[in-house]
Design a protein around this ligand. Structure first.
Ligand SMILES: *Cc1c(COP(=O)(O)O)cnc(C)c1O
Length: 348
C-alpha cells in the first residue's frame, strides 16, 4: 500500500467525505494592498486586527519550515498542541468504536481528549525505569487501535523514551504513532522530525509554550506526512490561529539566539538545582531529566507541597500518578527562584 492509501485507510470514514468550509480568504487570497476587501463582512476601519488572519498561516509556517528544516506541506499549526491532539482524535478515531494507547504516568490531556471524543483509552503502564514494555503494549493493540501517544521527553517523569523502542513501535503499530516532543529542546537527543520520510504513521507534536517561551499565545505544531496535514487542514476551525499570535510568534522567532541562550540557561540551572536539592535530607531521589523540570521523590510529598505553598512557591504534586508516589514536579525557574527553592529545601 502506498503512503496515501495507507493514511486514507486510517481516516474516519465520515471525515473523508467532508468538504472543508471555504472562508472568504480561501476564495480570494491575493494580498495586494490596493484591493478593496468587501468579501468578509469585516469592519473596514483599520485598528490592526479588524481583518481576519491568514487561515493557512503561510508566513509563520514558512519561518518554521526554515528553522526546523522541513517543508511547509508537512506543518500544521494549532491553537496550542491541545488543539492539534484533539483534531487528531477527531480525524482518525471513530467515537465509540476505535481506541488509543497511552503510557502512564504521562501527560493527562491524552486521556481527557480520548474521553471527550468517546474513544477507549488503553493504558499500558511504563516500566520502573519509565520505558514502554513492548510486548505488553502490543498485546493490547487490535485493529481498532488508531493512535499511540509517546511523550518524549515524558511529562511528568522527565526522561526520554529509548529510540529503539520508538522505532520498533513505528514498525509494529499500524495506527498513528504520535510523539509529543513538547520538551525536545531541553534534551540532547535528536527530534524525530528528520525521520518523517521513513514512516507514514509518524506524527510529531511540538509546542511554542515551553522552550520557545510563548505559552500565552497558544501555538502548537504538528509535523507529519502531507496527507495527514491535508486532513487536519480540512477539519480545523478556519481561523484557528489568531492574528496576534501569528505576529507575536514571527517577531519572537526573529531572535533565535535569545531563545537558544534561554534554553542553555535552563539546562544549566536544571543541573545546579538537582545537585543542590539532592543535599536536602527530605529528598530521596531525583529522576534524570531531559526537560525543563525535575521530578523528585521526597519523604512526604503532601507535607512538603504545603510547606512550599506556605513559603510562596507552587510546585506540582504528582503523587497520585502511578509509579510517582511521593513525588513533586518542579519547573526550573530563574536563578533567584531556584535559589529560594533550594534554601527552603535546606531548611526542611
Ligand atoms: C506543556 C505540554 C504541552 C503543551 O501544550 P500547549 O497546548 O501547546 O501549551 C504538550 N504536551 C506536553 C506533554 C506538555 O507537557
Amino acid at each position: 500500500m502506498n503512503r496515501k492509501a495507507y493514511i486514507e485507510n486510517l481516516v474516519r470514514p465520515g471525515i473523508k467525505n467532508i468538504n472543508a468550509y471555504s472562508s472568504a480568504r480561501d476564495e480570494y487570497n491575493g494580498s495586494s494592498k490596493r484591493m478593496n476587501f468587501l468579501d468578509a463582512n469585516e469592519n473596514p476601519f483599520n485598528n490592526g486586527v479588524n481583518r481576519y488572519p491568514d487561515p493557512h498561516q503561510q508566513k509563520l509556517k514558512t519561518e518554521i519550515s526554515k528553522i526546523k528544516n522541513t517543508h511547509v506541506g508537512n506543518i500544521f499549526l494549532g491553537n496550542g498542541s491541545d488543539e492539534v491532539l484533539d483534531l487528531l482524535f477527531r480525524a482518525f478515531c471513530t467515537p465509540g468504536i476505535d481506541n488509543c494507547i497511552t503510557l502512564p504516568p504521562t501527560y493527562g490531556m491524552y486521556g481527557v481528549l480520548a474521553a471527550l471524543n468517546d474513544i477507549e483509552n488503553r493504558e499500558v503502564l511504563l516500566s520502573n525505569s519509565f520505558q514502554p514494555e513492548l510486548s505488553r503494549l502490543l498485546n493490547l493493540v487490535d485493529e481498532r487501535s488508531k493512535m499511540l501517544f509517546i511523550c518524549s521527553p515524558n511529562n511528568p517523569t522527565g526522561n526520554s523514551i529509548n529510540n529503539e523502542y520508538i522505532e520498533e513501535l513505528l514498525k509494529e503499530f499500524k495506527g498513528l504513532v504520535v510523539i509529543d516532543e513538547a520538551y525536545i529542546d531541553f534534551s540532547d537527543n535528536e527530534s524525530w522530525l528528520d525521520r518523517l520520510a521513513e514512516y507514514p504513521n509518524l506524527v510529531i507534536v511540538q509546542t511554542f509554550s515551553k522552550a520557545y517561551g510563548m505559552a500565552g499565545i497558544r501555538l502548537g505544531v504538528c509535523f507529519a506526512d502531507s496527507e495527514i496535514i491535508k486532513i487536519l487542514n480540512k477539519i480545523k476551525p478556519p481561523y484557528n490561529i489568531n492574528e496576534l499570535t501569528q505576529q507575536h510568534a514571527l517577531n519572537r522567532l526573529k531572535n533565535l539566539e535569545k531563545i537558544k541562550s534561554e534554553i542553555e540557561f535552563i539546562k544549566r540551572e536544571r543541573f545546579r538545582l538537582s545537585m543542590k536539592l539532592l543535599e536536602s535530607r527530605c529528598v530521596k531521589q531525583i529522576y534524570q531529566s531531559d526537560a525543563n523540570f525535575l521530578l523528585i521523590e521526597v519523604d512526604n510529598a503532601d507535607k512538603r507541597y504545603q510547606q512550599l505553598i506556605n513559603s510562596g512557591i507552587v510546585v506540582r504534586n504528582r503523587s497520585n500518578l502511578p509509579l510517582c508516589k511521593n513525588t513533586l514536579r518542579i519547573t526550573v525557574g530563574t536563578t533567584l527562584e531556584n535559589d529560594r527553592l533550594i534554601s527552603i529545601f535546606n531548611n526542611f
